[in-house]
Design a protein. Structure first.
Length: 283
């Protein structure tokens, strides 16, 4: 047998599912592993919670009076700035948690664990799905904290408890595209600092050129144009509709449709890069 044939055979065996192990079992294995990894490194989890809390408290206290005038210019009932801001902080929590997903993958690469996973017979989609579900579980906890804090600070959720659960789901759907992006950056750079820089270059500018902190109409014309193409705007608008307007499904579903399309694209790209990394590891 030639060397090329041997390598090709090894690569094929590495991609085959383990005997007697189903797809869901492989997802569960990866889900547990990434949750345990997060628990053992609580600094990252705590940091991703503290930063949005600081944003929520400072923005409502410092800019609440000025911003309230901007969001209540039109006709209709007045909205307090805390209610307006809470959906934006929910999306920010989801964004930060998604960014740390790539950082966790870089840690795996640096510790040599990633190569062991790649040469294992687990399906690459199960590896990515298990890791992503672990990130979503963390996002659910963080969003719950933000929603509770927001209510304590005076926010009113028009859709009640069921709406709060739906807002959590919106945050999860939103996070998936950026989870895919941050994992792709991790696989391309294989360097923690580079992955952090790439995530920050994207997330912070996108936050401030969206509908997160002020209505789009109150922003300069050039920012309004960018905001309409900004994924953060779609996530914030879906969550904000549930907080401020109630069960306006045409608004929520329209924005979610865009986010789901982004999720599918970035998820497929992330799995592609995992498969490519797997082939390189086997060779």
């Amino acid at each position: 047998m030639s060397d090329g044939t041997a390598v090709e055979g090894a690569a094929t065996r590495a991609r085959e599912p383990a005997a007697g192990t189903g797809f869901l079992a492989e997802v569960w294995i990866n889900f547990k592993r990434w949750n345990l990894k997060a628990i053992r490194n609580p600094f990252v989890v705590a940091g991703s919670i503290i930063q949005p809390i600081i944003f929520l408290v400072l923005f409502t206290q410092v800019f609440g009076g000025v911003a309230s005038a901007a969001i209540n210019q039109g006709p209709g009932p007045s909205i307090n700035y805390t209610s307006f801001l809470v959906p934006a902080i929910v999306i920010q929590v989801s964004l930060v948690a998604a960014a740390t997903s790539g950082i966790g993958l870089v840690n795996d690469i640096e510790e040599g664990m990633f190569e062991k996973v790649l040469v294992s017979p687990m399906r690459r989609t199960a590896v990515f799905a298990g890791k992503t579900l672990a990130e979503l579980a963390r996002i659910a906890v963080q969003v719950t904290i933000i929603l509770v804090l927001g209510v304590l600070l005076g926010a009113h959720i028009a859709t009640g408890l069921l709406g709060a659960i739906t807002i959590m789901a919106v945050g999860m759907v939103f996070s998936l595209w950026f989870t895919g992006f941050s994992n792709v950056m991790a696989l391309l750079t294989r360097d923690q600092e580079s992955t952090i820089i790439a995530a920050n270059i994207i997330q912070f500018p996108l936050l401030f050129v969206s509908s997160a902190f002020l209505p789009i109409a109150a922003l300069p014309d050039w920012i309004q144009t960018i905001s309409k193409l900004n994924p953060i705007t779609y996530g914030v608008d879906a969550a904000r509709a549930l907080v401020v307007q109630g069960w306006v499904w045409h608004v929520v579903l329209r924005n979610l449709a865009v986010l789901v399309a982004l999720d599918l694209v970035f998820g497929a790209v992330a799995v592609y890069f995992l498969n490519r990394a797997s082939s390189a590891a086997v060779e």
